[in-house]
Design a protein around this ligand. Sequence first.
Ligand code: 5GP
Length: 116
Amino acid sequence: MAEETVFSKIVRREIPTDIIYQDDLVTAFRDISPQAPTHILIIPNVLIPTVNDVTTEHELALGRLFTVAAKIAKEEGIAEDGYRLIVNCNRNSGQVVFHIHMHLVGGRPLGPLLAK
Ligand code: 5GP
């Protein structure tokens, strides 16, 4: 069994967090340390530590990450100008929270995809 992270507590609303969307499959909330004017994390409610742990059973929840990202981008007013969706996996990506999450970042030009 994978170990829970703070994100499971956020899903269960056990710690105060700026949750902006939640349904039976996913939860979206503002990142505690925003890297852009809009920086929102969208996560499956179920604990999946990394992309390496994804199975076909997760397809519905993981597909929902994209539909919710599109809805939130519209609501945040950044859809037309554009934004970036990022999912880190393990050490080389810099993943620090081992509960899969999609970063939705935007609100300014984001520069090149990868830092040198
Ligand atoms: P990673 O590097 O794992 O892809 O990104 C983890 C993200 O989670 C970071 O951007 C970090 O600021 C955010 N984060 C970590 N702990 C918390 C928390 O307790 N609440 C919120 N809202 N964001 C968090």
